[in-house]
Design a protein around this ligand. Structure first.
Ligand SMILES: C[S@@+](CC[C@H](N)C(=O)[O-])C[C@H]1O[C@@H](n2cnc3c(N)ncnc32)[C@H](O)[C@@H]1O
Length: 253
């Protein structure tokens, strides 16, 4: 029986390879096998040594080509074969990445697992388009929220708790549910004119910033494709104005 290997649960950041951590890059260079998600950009996969075994287990909203149980089993099998495995995930493994589920599974299976944080989409996209998530006088807190629920249904959110004009709301996976997000936040009391922004393909080639308002968010979302991040709050009015080189569009009011 071979010696037990180990798994590194590594955040790859929002797409720009320059935003990988030094630790992520070092582990990618020494791993025997890399199991990666669809959100991990080709530019990052190109940094893997040619001999590294690669397993793409990408998931798209509504499509789950490889069930989570099979991904868990793959990680465990590779480690039981004595391999050093890098489980590479977009952004940070513990922000809407099911990293907690994988780490729990491995812990219960007795397989050593180390988590390496990455820059989550909220931080990466906001920096890329010059949108400070907090800003004195505009926003004193941030909420990271999933825009879709289990089984691709509506998210289970206590909307009134989000109706704070001084809190920046960042919705992951929110393109398809933008009408529901907008309607619920308006009903909860946020003003229709509350600034909003969508960052499409943040930090990657083809990045776009769309500035809009809470009321016009659904229409703006219709013209966007995943991966996109929805940001609602006063700070969104600053997007594109802090000198960042970014493609940006003003959505119709
Ligand atoms: C399953 S979640 C994974 C989040 C990831 N673990 C993180 O920390 O960023 C996928 C969602 O993250 C957001 N996202 C990830 N990368 C992005 C990018 N480069 N630009 C815009 N949104 C991104 C999108 O909302 C996308 O639907």
């Amino acid at each position: 029986m071979s010696k037990l290997g180990q798994v590194f649960l590594v955040g790859a950041g929002p797409g720009d390879p320059d935003l990988l951590t030094v630790k992520a890059l070092r582990l990618m260079g020494t791993a025997d096998a890399v199991v990666y998600d669809r959100l991990v950009s080709p530019a990052i996969l190109n940094l893997l040594p040619p001999g590294t075994r690669r397993f793409g287990v990408g998931k798209e909203s509504g499509h789950h080509p490889i069930p989570q149980d099979d991904i868990n089993a793959l990680l465990a099998d590779l480690a039981r074969d004595g391999l050093t495995v890098v489980r590479l995930k977009g952004g940070d493994p513990f922000i809407f990445g099911r990293g907690g589920e994988e780490a729990l599974f491995l812990a219960r299976a007795g397989i050593p697992c180390t988590v390496v944080p990455g820059i989550t989409a909220a931080a990466g996209c906001a920096a890329a388009v010059g949108l400070p998530l907090t800003h004195r006088g505009l926003a004193g807190s941030v909420r990271l929220i999933t825009g879709h629920g289990r089984d691709d249904g509506a998210p289970d959110i206590d909307w009134p708790t989000l109706a704070d004009p001084a809190c920046t709301l960042v919705f992951y996976m929110g393109l398809a549910t933008a009408p529901l997000i907008s309607a619920n936040l308006l009903a909860a009391g946020l003003a229709a004119t509350t600034p909003a922004a969508i960052v499409e393909r943040g930090t990657q080639p083809g990045q776009r910033l769309i500035r809009t308002t809470l009321a016009a968010l659904p229409e703006a979302a219709q013209g966007c494709r995943p991966p996109s991040l929805l940001i609602v709050g006063r700070v969104a009015a600053l997007a594109g104005q802090l000198g960042q080189p970014t493609t940006w569009l003003e959505a119709a009011e």
